[in-house]
Write a protein that binds this ligand. Structure first.
Ligand SMILES: Cc1ncc(COP(=O)(O)O)c(C=O)c1O
Length: 406
C-alpha cells in the first residue's frame, strides 16, 4: 500500500484505532462456497419483507411529505412514546419519552454515550471476552479499557472489585463498566441476578457509569427474564442500550438508548453534531410495525426460529466434537463459545478450517488483554441445517486431528 500522505494530520485516536478483527474475519470468509458460522447476523429468512413493503407503500401514500423529511434529533415523539411504554412493562414504571433517544442501532447509542462520558485516559472495565463495540467506542474518545473475566454466570464481581481497587491504587480514574447482560457476545452467557445487584452496588460505591448493552434481551428461548441493571438503578447511572437489529431488521439501523433525561439530553446534543437525526422513514415504518402488533409477533417467531437453530447446533456439537472441547448452552441470542485445551491454538484451527471452506471466529480478538488463544465463537443465527451439520462435523474432525498431533 502507498504511504498515506495525511498520516501526520490524523488525530491521536485515529492513529491508535484498531479495525475490528472480527469484521475482517467475516469479510475474509464471505466467499459463497464457505460454510460460515462466523458472522452474528440475523437470518434474512426472518425479515418481514412483505409487511414492510405494505407499510411503506401505505405511509408514502398517506404521509409521504413527513416520511421523507428531516426529523428531530431525539427521534419521533410517537415512537419514543411507544418504546417508553414498552420499557414500563420491563419494570421501569416511570419511563417517559424524555428518557429515550432513537439511534442508528445500539452501536450508535454506545458511541454517543462514550462521547458524553469518556475523557482521555478514563478507564472502562469490560468483559474478558467482550464484543468489540464497547471498547471501540471508548478508544475513540482516547479512553482505555481493562478486562475482567466473564465466567459461566457473566462478569465476575469479585474480580471486578479487585480490579477497581488495583486501578484506584495505581491512580487511574475508573469511569465505568461496559456490560452485555443477556446472552453476551461472544460467550452467550447471561449475567446472574445476584451479580447484577453486586455490580450496581459497586457502581454506586465507586461512582461509575454503567453502559448496559442489551441487544439480545428479547431473544430469550427459555428460563426467567432477569431484571435489567437499569431497572435496579437507584442513582441514574445506567445508560441502557437497545437494538432492533435482531427483532426487526438490522439494515434499517434502529435502536434506542434509555437513561436519565439529563444524560439523554447530552446524547441528543452529541447526535446533533454527528448525523443530526435518525432515518425518518425507518422510524415511521417501525412505529407502524409496532402499532399493528407485528413486532411482538415477530419476536415470538424469532425466538422459536433461533431456539431451533441453537438446539440443532448443540446436537451436532454433541455428536461431532471431542470431549476435550467444552462449550456453553446459551438460553438465548446467537452464540456458542468453545474452549479448547490450553495448549491448542484456535487460530491454527481457523486456518485449517478455511482451507476446507468452513469458518468461525477465533476468540482472541474479543479479549482486550490478548488472551483467549484457545477459544472460538460459533454463531447459529445465519446458517441452514445442512451447512451447519457439515461445518460442525468438519470443525470436530479438525479438533480431533489436532489433538492427535496430525
Ligand atoms: C453486544 C452487541 N452490541 C451491539 C451490537 C450492534 O447492534 P446494532 O445493530 O443495534 O448496532 C451487536 C451486534 O452484533 C452486539 O452483539
Amino acid at each position: 500500500m502507498p504511504k498515506d500522505p495525511l498520516t501526520h494530520l490524523y488525530s491521536h485516536e485515529t492513529l491508535t484505532a484498531q479495525p475490528s478483527a472480527i469484521r475482517d474475519i467475516c469479510a475474509l470468509v464471505a466467499r459463497p462456497q464457505v460454510r460460515s458460522l462466523a458472522g452474528g447476523w440475523p437470518d434474512p429468512a426472518k425479515f418481514p419483507i412483505k409487511a414492510i413493503r405494505r407499510i411503506l407503500d401505505d405511509l408514502l401514500t398517506k404521509q409521504g411529505d413527513q416520511l421523507l423529511q428531516y426529523g428531530s434529533t431525539e427521534g419521533l415523539e410517537d415512537l419514543r412514546k411507544v418504546l417508553a411504554e414498552r420499557m414500563q412493562t420491563e419494570g421501569l414504571t416511570d419511563a417517559a419519552p424524555d428518557n429515550l433517544i432513537i439511534t442508528h442501532g445500539s452501536a450508535q447509542g454506545m458511541h454517543l454515550a462514550a462521547q458524553v462520558f469518556i475523557n482521555r485516559e478514563d478507564v472502562v472495565i469490560v468483559g474478558l471476552p467482550t464484543y468489540f463495540g464497547g471498547p471501540g467506542a471508548i478508544h475513540s474518545r482516547g479512553g482505555n479499557v481493562v478486562g475482567v473475566p466473564v465466567d459461566r454466570d457473566g462478569l465476575n464481581p469479585n474480580r471486578l472489585r479487585q480490579e477497581i481497587k488495583r486501578l484506584n491504587v495505581a491512580g487511574k480514574r475508573v469511569k465505568g463498566i461496559y456490560v452485555i447482560p443477556n446472552f453476551q457476545n461472544p460467550t452467550g452467557v447471561t449475567l446472574g441476578f445476584e451479580r447484577r445487584r453486586q455490580i450496581m452496588d459497586m457502581a454506586e460505591t465507586h461512582d461509575l457509569v454503567i453502559f448496559e448493552d442489551d441487544p439480545y434481551v428479547d431473544l430469550r428461548f427459555e428460563g426467567k427474564h432477569l431484571p435489567s441493571l437499569k431497572s435496579m438503578d437507584r442513582t441514574g447511572r445506567v445508560i441502557h442500550l437497545r437494538s432492533l437489529s435482531k427483532t426487526f431488521v438490522p439494515g434499517v439501523r434502529l435502536g434506542w438508548a434509555f437513561g436519565e433525561s439529563g444524560a439523554i439530553r447530552q446524547m441528543v446534543v452529541a447526535k446533533q453534531f454527528s448525523d443530526a437525526a435518525t432515518n425518518t422513514p425507518a422510524q415511521y415504518i417501525l412505529l407502524e410495525f409496532i402499532r399493528l402488533g407485528l413486532l411482538d409477533k415477530q419476536i415470538q417467531e424469532n425466538i422459536k426460529f433461533y431456539r431451533a437453530k441453537r438446539d440443532f447446533m448443540l446436537a451436532q456439537m454433541d455428536r461431532h466434537f471431542p470431549r476435550e472441547a467444552t462449550w456453553n448452552r446459551p438460553q438465548g441470542g446467537f452464540f456458542i463459545f468453545v474452549k479448547l485445551p490450553k495448549n491448542m491454538d484456535a487460530d491454527e484451527l481457523f486456518q485449517r478450517a478455511v482451507d476446507k471452506d468452513v469458518a468461525f471466529v477465533t476468540g482472541q480478538p474479543f479479549f482486550v488483554d490478548g488472551s483467549g488463544q484457545n477459544t472460538f465463537r460459533l454463531s447459529y443465527s445465519q446458517v441452514g441445517e445442512e451447512d451447519m451439520e457439515a461445518a460442525i462435523r468438519e470443525i470436530g474432525n479438525l479438533i480431533k486431528d489436532s489433538l492427535a498431533g496430525r
